[in-house]
Design a protein around this ligand. Sequence first.
Ligand code: ADP
Length: 383
Amino acid sequence: MYAIHKLNIGIIGGGQLGKMILAESNRMSLNTSVLDSNENSPCKNLTNNFFIGDLKNYNDVLEFGKKCDIITFEIEHINVDALTQLQKSGKKVYPKPETLSIIQDKSKQKKFYNENNLPTSEFKFFRNINELNKQINDRKIDFPCVWKKTKFGYDGFGVKILKSKSDILDLPDCEMIIEEFVPFKKELAVIVARNLNGDIKTFETVEMEFNSDSNQVEFVISPARISNELKDKAKEIAIETTKKIDNIGLLAVEMFLTKNDEILINEVAPRPHNSGHFSIEACPTSQFEQHLRSILNLPLGKTYNKNFAVMLNLVGDYGFNGNVFYENLESSFSEVDTHIHIYGKEKTRHNRKMGHITIICDKFEDAYRKATYLKNKIKVKTL
Ligand code: ADP
């Protein structure tokens, strides 16, 4: 083992996920550097060295990485060529650039699942809208189906459910995939950590409840309200995916539980994930500490749930754009068992992730009731 305090850990991206990694690294007084394009990013005052740069720019990422011993990231849309170059020059980059290059492209990602016998829905790749039009006219596409931009989508932007032919009229002309529509009962997620020694641990299988208007995650429920058999099956698929992709660090595996109790992978993210925030208060080791343990090749911590947890996302309310104000936040501090996280972003906009609250209770119903109450009470508006 090497002396972890001598290392400079570089984190690409200075948003809320970076901030929560820093909460753990600062607890252990580890030395960190952060790169972000925004001089007021949530990580700015929490790291030893804060650098401003464009995460998609080769030179910015390369120059940042050269100053670090080990490099990780909290966002996927970053320059992978620079990471590959850093890896070639002997830097440790975890998760590996090869993993990131599969994940950055939804078509490559789906191909990867097929080639490795990992369960996922059927899909077709199209280079442009004309190719898609042609197949629709030839009746080779069944509706409903799901359109996805292959690159740079996030939080449901870049995804559209197509109910009929006319729904393609406002699609952008870009590389895309069309997926078979999965009529799912629930959306599940499992976070898997793996270190260089090959030790693997998963967190509890969670279920994600989506807001029907925005199609964004509103509540994360841990553990998921499904049978132990299904929870274990989801973990097995997530572990298998981690091994096949040879991931080092965290891998968040999002899955669909179908009406026939089949589990299909939707997509994966090689980083800490919204579906794992509950672990900060609910588990002996948080996903953020586990990420650091995995990339530093340390023994992995325990991941069981001490209690039931419901995490609710605080996102920007519709119609508010500008300097943020959290309406009724103060009153929620009087609720017991609630843990409030505010990310420190200056500006809000519709559906922007601004914070989250985790409620921990002995009984699931109590946690869910409180989460619903707070969801309706706290509003993310402008000053
Ligand atoms: P993003 O990468 O932007 O998070 P996802 O691929 O996770 O996008 O899709 C966003 C949401 O769209 C999913 O959480 C799910 O609710 C829905 N969705 C995605 N793919 C399918 C599918 N094949 N069938 C049914 N619903 C889907």
